[in-house]
Design a protein around this ligand. Structure first.
Ligand code: OOB
Length: 553
């Protein structure tokens, strides 16, 4: 039988920790508190056992657990997993929809030192098998088919592809698998806070997701600093509208941040305004987090949804760039509530602060949350550029990883020798330290030998009254190498007087002063743009759809 040490050795194989001295400094400076991730919840439960902790507002009907009840449930779930044979430092794929079971299971696993791989409900077998194999997972946790997709089929497929996954637990009707376990037995010792507590998955839209190991120390810091900046207190109620396993609703400040201050977490199983606005009214929700496409939808829905959502004091928007006019419109519709959030599963989180001038909040994606975040903006040769000049964002700091898990080849490219993460994001930095995101380094189209930045064309297209959303991608072309294709979603408020044609778009852009080689070769009007598991525009899928659709020349 493998010992506890064997499991820990296995977990650490392929994990890149902070340098020892650095970690000690963080401990000494009180940045790392040296406590397990569940400690904050336990303290909150001690302070106010009878306060509501989590509410499940799913289709099964609302259920609320107080702090005492929630803590007890997570203890039983932890013991249940240990009873089922899972051991500290082993990895488990967690794939649950927004629900009480998500919360109880996550904290149960963390308590037992079992390390969840935080996959999203939209992930399918290709990603799940890749992540399970990459993490060395021994179990899978999913749910029955009551919300449309039956994860039991996926589990069976997973076990045939990754035989090390020997156990499957299912929320709801387990069928031939095990139900989510609960027990009253003793728990192992608290996990070592320097060990990975959980794995996040990278949010990129190219290639398969990579595994991001976050330690108890660094993830606790992430949630705590985020809660501070958001001014969270026990009086706050947070609505989980995005998929709960994503870093943004999980810890920025999200579920972990809110439970750490004794606030109330309400799970929405669907982020549409007709569902969420009612929940906001019913539970007097004060804070929530959205991606820009959803925020746009919410903004429009304030016109027709009758529910009173005036309790909302902070609407966090991030994950992709929030266009300045959309930020202005949101503030106008909801009363100066927008907070821009520029973050990444790899670590760095930037926020605009509640007290900052609104016009600044509308224009920048925030500034780093910790004084210890070291941000560099560099040119193609890796040399620092002055403030105001666009460059690639590199970052190092207490809660930013030093390497992807078990991915030596990626790490060569993605990290500098002195440990900075190369984000691939193009930004400009203001003298004040605020960052404006301008695009992605690799999001360029090579048209007839010229490099065209997709974001440059997109930004100019968004200036057109009739354009609601846009994504520009390169498609193969015999003559040009790549041609520029703009997929456009039209505005409902300002529909074009006549069908939007290529020539009109090209004239519009040329009149704005865009160079002729950057003008689109193809314009496609679409009703929606494809999105990733968390709701960002997915250019990879868009490119495939455009290629598979009617000819684009
Ligand atoms: C968040 O995390 P991920 O890991 O899903 O994606 C990170 C990437 C960033 O590197 C950047 O390219 C993009 O998403 N991004 C933004 C952005 N926020 C994220 N691009 C422009 N403007 C923004 N505000 O997406 C994430 C994690 C924690 C909090 C918020 C978002």
């Amino acid at each position: 039988m493998p010992t506890h040490l064997d499991h820990v050795t296995d977990l650490l194989d392929g994990f890149t920790p902070h340098a020892d001295a650095q970690a000690q400094n963080y401990r000494a400076a009180g940045v790392f508190l040296g406590r397990p991730l569940v400690a904050a919840l336990d303290l909150a439960a001690e302070r106010s056992p009878d306060a509501p902790a989590v509410t499940d507002a799913s289709t099964d009907g609302p259920r609320t657990l107080t702090y005492a009840e929630f803590r007890a449930a997570t203890l039983r779930r932890a013991a249940g997993f240990v009873d089922a044979g899972l051991r500290p430092a082993q990895r488990v794929v967690l794939q649950l929809n927004n629900s009480l079971d998500f919360a109880v299971t996550l904290f149960g696993l963390l308590r037992a030192g079992i390390v969840p791989v935080m996959t999203l409900p939209a992930h399918r077998i290709t990603e799940i098998a890749h992540l399970a194999a990459g993490a060395g997972a021994v179990a899978y946790i999913g749910e029955d088919g009551r919300r449309g997709f039956d994860f039991r089929d996926l589990a069976a497929d997973l076990q045939s592809r990754v035989p090390d996954v020997t156990q499957v637990f299912i929320s709801g009707d387990p069928g031939r698998f095990a139900a989510l376990p609960d027990a009253e037995t003793a728990l192992p010792d608290d996990p070592d806070p320097a060990l990975p507590a959980l794995f996040l998955v990278s949010g990129g839209t190219t290639g398969l997701p990579k595994l991001i190991a976050r330690t108890h120390d660094d993830y606790d810091l992430n949630a705590r600093l985020s809660a501070d900046i958001a001014g969270l207190t026990a009086d706050d109620t947070y609505l989980v509208a995005l998929p709960a396993a994503h870093n943004f609703p999980l810890s920025c400040p999200g579920i972990l941040g809110v439970l750490g201050v004794g606030g109330h977490v309400v799970f929405a199983d669907n982020p549409s305004p007709d569902n969420t606005f009612d929940l906001i009214e019913r539970h007097r929700v004060t804070v929530t987090a959205l991606v820009p496409a959803l925020a746009q939808l919410w903004c429009a829905a304030t016109e027709w949804e009758p529910a009173d959502i005036s309790s909302l004091r902070l609407l966090q928007v991030g994950g992709a760039k929030l266009a300045q006019p959309d930020a202005v419109a949101l503030d106008a519709a909801l009363g100066d509530v927008v907070q821009q959030v520029f973050g990444m599963a790899e670590g760095l989180i930037c926020y605009t602060r509640p007290g900052e001038p609104r016009d600044l909040v509308h224009q920048v994606q925030g500034s780093p949350m910790s004084e210890l975040d070291e941000v560099r903006v560099v040119d193609e040769d890796g040399a620092d550029v002055p403030d105001g000049v666009e460059g690639e964002l590199l970052v190092r700091g207490p809660y930013t990883i030093r390497g992807y898990y078990r991915a030596a080849a990626h790490n060569e490219k993605s990290f500098t020798p002195d440990g900075f993460y190369r984000s691939g994001d193009k930004v400009t930095r203001l003298a004040s330290g605020h960052l404006a995101v301008t695009g992605r380094i690799k999001d360029t189209i090579v048209r007839a030998g010229e490099n065209v930045a997709a974001d440059d064309v997109e930004e100019n297209l968004l200036a057109h009254d009739s354009v609601r959303q846009v994504a520009v991608v390169g498609l193969p072309d015999d003559a040009l190498g790549e041609k520029i294709c703009a997929a456009v979603v039209l505005s409902h408020e300002h529909p074009p007087a006549q069908p939007l044609e290529l020539a009109m778009i090209r004239t519009f852009l040329a009149e704005r002063g865009l160079a002729s080689f950057k003008l689109p070769d193809v314009v496609r009007v679409v009703t929606t743009l494809p999105v990733t598991a968390v709701g960002k525009i997915d250019k990879k899928v868009l490119r495939e759809t455009l290629l598979a659709g009617p000819p684009t020349s």
